[in-house]
Design a protein around this ligand. Structure first.
Ligand code: COI
Length: 326
């Protein structure tokens, strides 16, 4: 039972070794990122574990041609894989369901950073400007927080928010019973117009690309805080920059941005980045940007690796696979 592994980071290695021992699988380290120049490394593996690199139709065909029949991404989201093409050619795809608390804790931190204007406070204090002008924050108990998307992560966010005494609004096509105990479910439009803070927790799909665009910003309260720990494609970045410049958005805390593929998780300190929107967003004192690290805890990394290996092993043995996507 050979499982090909791409993009294994140093901090994942012990978890891989443990997962291999538990499942009896032999792991084949196939390369830094899966691409057309190294797909041959997977030739003896029917199952692969990958992470965030885009896997398009050509790469899927290449893997199929060397016998790969299952690809498990060590992520919850699988928008980086051309799942429709996989379905067409008979390639199976799986994701993993790691600790939602990793992202939920981080989302709470981002909400607090936004409402307490932490970026401006820290930047100014570094220049020994200890004055108070412009950095007065707000208390969560006085605010209405809108949670858009109440799957496992959104529900964990609602659970945490309940302890802060704020009003909680939620929207989701499939309401969650636990979230409903603390949050009032409303339409997406109502959530936009009533919330002081909006936090996004939905997967990326074609239908929700630029869900938060000019029309959505129009509906929002002046000074709204926007938090995104989900996917960059949910927000029209140009429209967000306009809304920040106009003061319509009072603060943004973004762990994800559009077109981040190839940027994050790499050391690019000597490179001129081809993402002007990132540069503009980072220049704003009320916009806090992190490099898609909400997931990055010991607990979540262990889950990601172990569940991905278990999923590949289940593909070999025919055992039930709770992570199968197609
Ligand atoms: C996911 O699991 O979907 C994530 O967003 C984390 C990943 C990009 C490492």
């Amino acid at each position: 039972m050979k499982i090909g592994v791409y993009s294994a980071r140093r901090d994942e290695r012990d978890f891989f070794a443990h997962a291999a021992e538990e499942s009896g699988a032999e792991l084949v380290m196939c390369g830094p990122v899966p691409e057309l120049s190294n797909y041959q490394a997977a030739r003896e593996c029917r199952a692969l574990s990958v992470i965030t690199t885009p896997i398009d139709a050509r790469l899927l065909d290449a893997f199929y041609s060397v016998g790969v029949r299952f690809i498990s991404t060590r992520t919850v989201g699988y928008d980086h894989i051309d799942v429709e093409h996989a379905r067409r050619i008979g390639m199976h795809i799986g994701n993993v369901s790691y600790s939602p608390d990793s992202v939920a804790d981080y989302a709470l931190m981002m909400i607090l950073i936004a409402v307490r204007k932490l970026k401006a406070i820290v930047l100014r204090a570094q220049g020994q400007d200890f004055s108070l002008g412009g950095v007065r924050g707000r208390e969560l108990r006085d605010l209405t927080v809108g949670v858009a998307g109440t799957g496992r992560i959104g529900t964990a966010v609602v659970r945490r928010l309940a302890g802060f005494g704020c009003r909680i609004l939620a929207c989701d096509p499939v309401p969650n019973r636990e979230a409903g105990a603390w949050a009032e479910y409303v339409s997406f439009e109502e959530l936009l117009s009533r919330s002081d803070v909006i936090t996004l927790h939905m997967p990326a799909a074609q239908e929700n690309e630029h869900l938060i665009g000019a029309a959505a910003f129009q509906r929002m309260k002046p000074g709204v805080c926007l938090v995104n720990t989900a996917r960059g494609s949910l927000i029209d970045t140009g429209a967000l920059i306009d809304a920040l410049e106009e003061g319509k958005v009072g603060a943004a805390a973004l762990d994800v941005i559009e077109n981040e593929a190839g940027l994050y998780y790499n050391d690019l300190k000597c490179v001129n980045l081809k993402n002007r929107e990132l540069a503009v967003l980072r220049s704003f004192p009320n916009t806090f940007v992190t490099p898609h690290t909400a997931f990055y805890t010991e607990h979540a990394v262990r889950d990601m690796v172990e569940f991905s290996v278990q999923s590949c092993a289940a593909f070999y043995t025919g055992a039930d696979n709770p992570w199968l996507v197609v």
